[in-house]
Ligand binder design. Structure first.
Ligand SMILES: Nc1nc2c(ncn2[C@@H]2O[C@H](COP(=O)(O)OP(=O)(O)OP(=O)(O)O)[C@@H](O)[C@H]2O)c(=O)[nH]1
Ligand SMILES: [Mg+2]
Length: 301
């Protein structure tokens, strides 16, 4: 087995919400394929980000943060994350090293360390740019105790790009030797339509507070390409009548800001002019209706 052999496989990015899974994937891919916000539960479905070079193709599988939640949406999100873990070649289990190890992360590490899943595990200690340096070594030792069978424990900063190349090399070691599965020019499985929905949702997450973002979804009603521009009509679903005016804002200012920021981001990733029209619709408890979730691409299959 030569070290030069081409390797290709899937790496599941797993962890509790907000540890930086999507940030890491975007950093490695070099494009904003997954939305990122400071709020937990930002990612709601499985998103592929494909890294290719002349010796490997790493198919990153970004997953929703694993959390407890009683709504159907939350249950689906967690199921999606565990299903992605089962299908991957390597498990990259992420944690926020700038904070003390929380109960949920410990539970998750124990669950993966119990050997139910056979794939190699690599623990990724993220946000080291913000972590107390004196605490890093004890944290690495603690990880070694919690999961002695893991292949590696890698401190990184997804935001700053610290040690991300070292992480790629570590992950590559455990990928199967096989030719690339995807066109190397292809970097995500998301359609332009899905990206549009996600970019709008990102701005809603960034501008809204309390329970509103978690009860919001985006549905693209029209996506039309016209030469060098696209026309998009998107509906923002809110879970309650009283969220509607809060989202629209005074004189429509809130919606206008969401629309402008989402449009600018989309123009960058799509590489063309974008016309974006936004509407708000109330759909009480959409997040608890399995059929509705499937329609929105948030089902489990
Ligand atoms: N300081 C610092 N912040 C980071 C780093 N990586 C991610 N963040 C921030 O952490 C927050 C959450 O990042 P995400 O990438 O959305 O986290 P996630 O794990 O995908 O979260 P969910 O999708 O909710 O599960 C954002 O505000 C990021 O900017 C890092 O290396 N350093
Ligand atoms: Mg995410």
């Amino acid at each position: 087995m030569s070290d030069e052999a081409f390797r290709c496989g899937a790496v599941a990015l797993l962890g509790v919400p907000n540890v930086g899974k999507s940030t890491l994937m975007n950093r490695v891919i070099g494009a904003r394929v997954a939305i990122v916000t400071p709020k937990p539960q930002t990612t709601r479905h499985r998103i592929l980000g494909i890294y290719s070079d002349d010796r490997r193709q790493i198919v990153f599988v970004d997953t929703p943060g694993i959390h407890k939640g009683s709504r159907q949406l939350n249950k689906n999100m967690v199921r999606i994350a565990y299903a992605a873990a089962e299908e991957a070649d390597v498990l990259a289990i992420m944690q926020d090293a700038s904070k003390p190890l929380d109960r949920m992360t410990k539970m998750l590490i124990a669950r993966f360390a119990d050997g139910r899943l056979q794939q190699p595990r690599i623990h990724v200690l993220n946000k080291v740019d913000r972590a107390d340096k004196a605490r890093l070594l004890p944290r690495l030792q603690q990880m070694q105790q919690l999961d002695p069978e893991a292949k590696a424990y890698v401190p990184v900063s997804a935001r700053k790009g610290i040690q991300t190349d070292a992480l790629l090399n570590e992950l590559t070691r455990y990928l199967p030797i096989q030719p690339p599965m995807h066109d190397p020019d292809w970097f995500t499985d998301q359609s332009q339509r899905q990206l549009a929905a996600e970019y709008v949702r990102e701005q809603v997450f960034l501008s809204m507070h309390q329970e509103i973002p978690f009860q919001t979804a985006v549905d693209i009603e029209r996506f039309e390409e016209h030469g060098d521009s696209v026309d998009i009509e998107a509906v923002i679903l809110v879970g309650s009548e009283r969220h509607k005016p809060m989202l629209i804002g005074k004189g429509g200012g809130g919606m206008k800001a969401v629309g402008t920021k989402a449009r600018l981001g989309l123009e960058e990733i799509l590489g063309c002019k974008v016309h974006l029209n936004l509407w708000v619709k109330v759909d009480e408890a959409w997040f608890d209706h399995p059929g509705k979730l499937t329609d929105l691409g948030l089902g489990t299959d």
